[in-house]
Design a protein around this ligand. Structure first.
Ligand SMILES: Cc1cc2nc3c(=O)[nH]c(=O)nc-3n(C[C@H](O)[C@H](O)[C@H](O)COP(=O)(O)O)c2cc1C
Length: 293
């Protein structure tokens, strides 16, 4: 896979990020990604307490000197917890900070001071411009069809649109699950690709086996875009949603309602991360060869 300016700057072998996923990304995924040459990430809140986050960072630092990322969900995290998490990111010099759901300005200032990069995630140009002014190192454009809180703009439009209107590098997110799609995103000008759904179906991922299997078995028709679960529009696996109006609808807990994006279409097996990355690289090269005739 061709390196990009951003992947080179970060010291990544491949321009791929395993995106942060609430409740399900874990330190084993970060380590496997580091070993496979891509950037692993997890939300700081996946460590139940700051003490557990410290333990996870110590665990990672003892096992790899490759880069990894921690995500802070600004508006969804209690302020005192957020402050404790930022202090840990500074102490451990976490190489990449991913900010979402809030204003990244303060995080950029603090990350700069310890030589770390900040990626900020957006679904439109207005928020992208604000983040660019705040000084982030890259903008993650979350397109329609993404797992989690997805945007509404097609990746085919969003990536070039952001690229043409911004000077910071663009990271493409949404419905990217194969090396062919990685090649397409890079062709549109993305400097990194951001993949969540594909990594739910990884051996290292902490999701329940039934969730992983549903990602493998589902097609894009089985993804529902709704604001009924969290108040913000996000994509979910239809079979995990309660029937509207039934008693189960009220009782069903967040952790039993499973998010995934249109990228389920291309996922056919649960695999260790090393094999997922090998597959991406192989598919990418097959695509480039095919395009060159
Ligand atoms: C189960 C799940 C949980 C997610 N949790 C978060 C989160 O905590 N913070 C965040 O910034 N993005 C979160 N996302 C979004 C991903 O980081 C990423 O933008 C998305 O998965 C990319 O689209 P894809 O799933 O089509 O690859 C989540 C996505 C999924 C599928």
């Amino acid at each position: 896979m061709i390196p990009t300016n951003l992947s080179k700057k970060l010291g990544l072998r491949y321009p791929v990020v395993a995106a942060p996923m609430f409740l399900i990304s874990n330190r084993e995924m970060l380590l496997a990604c580091a070993n496979a040459g891509v950037l692993g990430s997890m939300p700081s809140l996946n460590a139940r307490t700051p003490a557990k986050l410290r333990e996870d960072l110590e665990w990672l630092r003892a096992r790899t000197d490759k880069p990894f990322a921690i995500n802070m969900t600004i508006g969804l995290t209690k302020p005192d917890r957020l402050q404790q998490d930022v202090a840990l990111l500074e102490e451990f010099e976490v190489p990449v900070w991913i900010t979402s759901y809030g204003d990244p300005t303060e995080f950029v200032r603090r990350a700069r001071a310890c030589g770390s990069a900040v990626f900020h995630d957006v679904i439109n140009l207005k928020h992208a411009k604000k983040a660019e002014s705040a000084g982030v190192d890259a903008i993650i454009g979350v397109a329609s069809g993404a797992g989690g809180h997805a945007g509404r703009i097609s990746p085919f439009a969003l990536i070039p649109y952001l690229r043409k209107n911004l000077s910071v590098p663009i990271i493409a997110a949404g419905a990217i699950s194969t090396g062919e799609q990685v090649a397409a995103a890079l062709a549109l000008g993305a400097e990194l690709v951001y993949m969540g759904t594909r990594f739910i179906a990884s051996a290292e991922c902490g999701a329940q086996p039934e969730y992983k299997q549903m990602v493998v078995d589902s097609g894009p028709e089985e993804i529902v875009y709704t604001d009924q679960v969290s108040g913000v529009h996000a994509n979910f696996l239809k079979a995990s949603l309660p029937e509207p109006g039934t008693e189960a609808a009220g009782a069903k807990r967040w952790k039993d309602i499973w998010s995934a994006g249109h990228g389920v279409a291309e996922i056919t097996a649960v695999q260790p991360i090393e094999q997922i990355v090998e597959g991406l690289v192989r598919e990418y090269h097959d695509t480039v060869r095919r395009l060159q005739g």
